[in-house]
Design a protein around this ligand. Structure first.
Ligand SMILES: *Cc1c(COP(=O)(O)O)cnc(C)c1O
Length: 495
């Protein structure tokens, strides 16, 4: 049965997967959600002997059902190739009895590569299928990792341009350098005076600017998104949970059908929502453990039923999770509201006017699959330090938040299900915070000296993504106020 996508905010006509990918966001400002979630039509055993590309096809053929087999396989083969530094694409590492799913072996060494390697191919294919002649302008807000991964994916892709907004003082030095050295005539990078939420809100505003859309259309442009509000991001993220379960099974770490817990370091709620979808598709997952840093708006929401962004925005050592408005939570709210667009839209309206909303008890009861907790800066650093001392495995700061929360969860509940921890970035991307956690003496070193030291300490060779930027020239230097985002977009597009 074909899957159509409908908006979380009104009962407008459903669209196909390829149309949803092209549009990014629904016209009413809502997010596209599947009208049903299909179950996998291969057994767990069958899936367990497949490679990453084969699993990707099994998931995507169901969720992106208007793409042909040939189209999907072409996209998958172009995405998951030797851009990844391991044939496995997403290797599993066991340490201290937990399983770390390393999602950082792509071009930009963060998990965003898992979806952004394929999104440009899906987008171009979708444009062809729908006879779109316009040039597609990808507008993206980033808390640090999406930006580079999207730039790398779309650079020099014909028929596209990409504009990335990032918080000028809210990303790691390596993250910033990765973006500012991006080549490609169709790429634009802008630092804004503001935080990630400002960038994301600004981008969403530009998306729903009808006036601008008209001007764009007249000049042969249309917008789409590379953020996880785009289902073309979300669907490829389901794949690695299915793949990981199969891996655990084929390596006899679990028995067929055995439930596992999944721990996800969370910001915009995209990655954990993908795990939730994997569960709906038939992967035996017991709890979805949502790990936050000091911006613990999701922990508070899961414990009280009130989502409240009225609080101080904290800059942490896990900047990709420094988010107070978790966009993808809207998809879950819509679902627990009984797929009632009006009910969801009312919550989102309250969020926008009062900065908060409260769900009903019956909605809250449907969140039983989720567990939330958070790790402070000290707990995060301690986790990096302790795991390294114990077994020499070096976590990045985001994964360390997840790992620290996993320990809290086990202690609090005594639950003994096996734990799969989404390892979302290479420690090299956050070498200063990571090395500081291992030993404060490293603080005196400059950024690339730290990288060299980290390589020695972790006994891991320096990823290409880092070597590449060591001497690369800075080619982007735009900075603007958060109120000037629309103007700068118009300037880039010469509107
Ligand atoms: C984006 C990101 C996250 C948060 O993922 P969401 O899907 O936004 O919840 C966590 N860790 C890293 C390293 C990231 O880049």
């Amino acid at each position: 049965m074909e899957v159509f996508y409908k908006s979380t905010r009104s009962n407008c006509d459903p669209v196909t997967a390829s149309q949803a990918i092209l549009k990014g966001l629904s016209d009413d400002g809502g997010l596209f959600v599947p009208d049903h979630i299909p179950t996998l039509d291969k057994s767990l055993k069958e899936l367990s002997v497949m490679n990453y590309r084969e699993v990707a096809y099994e998931v995507m053929k169901l969720m992106l059902s208007d793409f042909t087999e040939e189209e999907l396989k072409n996209c998958i083969n172009s995405a998951y190739d030797d851009k990844f530094d391991t044939e496995e694409i997403a290797p599993l590492v066991e340490t201290q009895g937990d399983y770390y799913l390393e999602l950082f072996h792509g071009k930009t060494i963060a998990f965003k590569d898992m979806a952004l390697s394929i999104l440009p191919h899906l987008m171009i294919t979708a444009a062809k299928k729908n006879h779109v002649e316009n040039e597609i302008v990808i507008l993206t807000a980033t808390s640090g990792d999406t930006g580079k991964a999207a730039l790398a994916g779309f650079a020099d892709v014909k028929g596209t341009r990409i504009i990335v907004f990032y918080p000028k003082n809210g990303v790691s030095p390596i993250q910033e350098k990765q973006m500012l050295t991006q080549k490609g005539d169709n790429t634009f990078v802008v630092g804004i005076h503001g935080n990630f939420d400002d960038a994301q809100t600004g981008v969403k505003k530009i998306f729903s600017d009808k006036e601008l859309a008209k001007e764009m259309e007249a000049k042969g442009f249309q917008f789409s998104s590379a953020n996880s509000i785009n289902i073309g991001r979300l669907v490829p993220q389901i794949v690695y949970y299915v793949y990981a379960y199969g891996k655990l099974l084929s390596e006899e770490q679990i028995t067929e059908g055995e439930e596992i817990n999944v721990v996800v370091p969370t910001g915009n709620f995209g990655n954990i929502l993908a795990a939730f979808y994997a569960k709906q598709m038939g992967i035996p997952i017991h709890k979805l453990i949502c790990a936050s840093n000091d911006n613990k708006v999701l922990f508070d929401f899961l414990s009280t039923g009130t989502y409240d962004r009225n609080r101080e925005f904290v800059l942490t050592t896990s900047p990709s999770m420094d988010i107070l408005i978790s966009s993808n939570l809207e998809r879950l709210i819509y679902r627990i509201a009984g797929e009632d667009a009006a009910k969801n839209a009312a919550c989102m309206q309250e969020l926008s006017t009062d900065g908060k909303y409260t769900i009903t008890d019956s909605m809250k009861a449907q969140l039983a699959d989720f567990y939330g907790n958070y790790a402070t800066e000290a707990e995060t650093a301690e986790r990096i330090h302790d795991l390294y001392m114990d077994c020499g495995y070096v976590l990045d700061t985001h994964t360390a938040v997840a790992s620290a929360v996993a320990r809290k969860y086990k202690k609090e509940t005594g639950d003994t299900h096996k734990l799969l921890i989404a390892s979302t970035a290479s420690p090299f991307k956050f070498s200063r915070s990571v090395m500081d956690a291992i030993d404060p003496k490293y603080d005196a070193l400059e950024d690339f000296a730290l990288v060299d030291e980290l390589s020695k300490v972790a006994n891991v060779s320096i990823p290409n993504a880092i070597e590449e930027i060591r001497t690369a020239p800075i080619v982007h230097d735009h900075i603007c106020d958060k109120t000037e985002m629309k103007d700068i977009v118009k300037k880039f597009l010469q509107l």
